[in-house]
Design a protein around this ligand. Structure first.
Ligand SMILES: [Zn+2]
Length: 389
């Protein structure tokens, strides 16, 4: 009997150790495994590129999924692509933190359905609540604000023109501060309820992509099965976003949905992270027709930095996509949209961005154009398109 009790005791102790250890160990293993770099830091760009980079006034990136992984972004982690110390080291003025709430099992670029979901398991392992997609999104919003609150004035969350202007004033005196703004990747985060657009807005979200890897209530994803355009619900969500001045992000939309959104809107549109078919022809990337339409809207094409977007594993492939887009629509519509921490392998982490400048210089791109692409375009865009306050 005593032996049995001892056995039961050991079993429960082991069980408790497992329950306590899972949220600490498993998310870190998954995070490390999903967000690799081809080359580990430190990164060494040419002297000319490094100097130009260091003197850039405003460096911006339109897409990263760092909030998904429940990583402490106040720490300089030895894995993953983005955290606040690395942003400061990389002289980043603003980074978009985009929120993923659901991703199908066996996620691929060609055909996915929304029947399965990997994030449920990830959230469970992280000890985060898993039930509603809106709640998952709100949790990530709150965590960005928590990082800002605990950052000792080193990191700010920007939601309006007024906040951006105040931040720019602070940064003119002290360049060692950095900022972020919130986006949502896939409006299934609304749980099918249009009123949640306002709820997300109230929690700081200023950009949203209608779809992610699967078709949802708004319409077809580029990687779904229907190929549909906007549904009636999708049109209503887009109208609501225009009304709230929430930036409409076309990344991952089906071509038909992109057409529908271009037809029904009069606001500048963005793709927060994309490649271009002109240098890398696949369903993930934008056609010339859509690149031109985004530019015509006064919008931004933010170039992503992983193999499926650029058909290469280095800064050179990214620079090639940038050059192609400049040649087609002009440098004033081109930006960076890395997809750092987006379950992709990137050539480098955020501290490797000077390597892009080096490749752009090699291609003979003018320094004024490099300035615009590296962030001035995003600054101008946000100052024009964010809500007043
Ligand atoms: Zn994405």
């Amino acid at each position: 009997m005593k032996k049995l009790l001892k056995g039961v005791g050991i079993f429960f102790i082991l069980l408790i150790i497992i329950i306590v250890a899972i949220p600490i160990i498993v998310p870190k293993i998954v995070d490390k495994d999903h967000n690799k770099v081809i080359q580990p830091p430190p990164y060494h760009a040419s002297t000319e590129a490094t100097e130009l980079y260091q003197n850039l006034d405003f460096i911006a990136d339109m897409h990263c999924d760092a909030l998904l992984w429940d990583r402490d972004l106040l720490k300089d982690n030895d894995y993953g692509h983005v955290d606040i110390p690395k942003m400061r080291q990389a002289n980043i003025a603003i980074q978009a933190f985009t929120i993923v709430t659901k991703s199908p099992k066996g996620q691929n670029f060609d055909a996915n359905t929304g029947e399965s979901d990997n994030i449920t398991m990830l959230y469970a392992a992280q000890g985060r609540p898993t039930l509603s997609l809106t709640k998952r999104a709100l949790l990530q919003c709150k965590s960005l604000y928590e990082f800002a609150n605990k950052s000792d004035g080193q990191f700010f969350v920007i939601t309006s023109k007024k906040e951006l202007q105040e931040y720019l004033k602070k940064r003119a005196i002290n360049k060692d501060i950095t900022a972020g703004f919130l986006g949502v990747e896939g409006a299934h985060a609304l749980d099918g309820d249009i009123d949640q657009v306002q709820v997300l807005y109230n929690h700081g979200v200023r950009m949203m992509a209608p779809t992610h890897f699967f078709d949802n209530k708004l319409g077809g994803s580029a990687h779904g099965v229907s190929g549909e355009g906007l549904t009636a619900f999708g049109s209503n969500v887009i109208k609501k976003m225009e009304e709230l001045q929430m930036i409409i992000d076309l990344a991952h939309c089906s071509p038909k949905m992109i057409d529908d959104i271009i037809d029904m809107t009069s606001v500048p549109l963005v793709s927060s992270h994309t490649g271009v078919k002109g240098t890398c022809d696949n369903v993930r990337n934008l056609s010339d027709k859509h690149l031109k339409a985004i530019a015509d809207s006064g919008g931004l094409i933010s170039i992503a930095m992983f193999e499926q977007a650029s058909c290469g594993e280095d800064a050179k492939a990214v620079a090639k996509a940038i050059q192609y887009t400049i040649d087609l629509v002009g440098a004033e519509h081109v930006a960076l949209g890395s997809d750092f921490d987006g379950s992709v392998t990137t050539p480098f982490n955020i501290t490797g961005l000077p390597l892009i400048v080096e490749e752009l210089l090699k291609l003979g791109i003018a320094k004024e154009d490099i300035q615009m692409i590296m962030g001035e375009n995003v600054k101008r865009f946000l100052l024009k398109n964010l809500p007043e306050e």
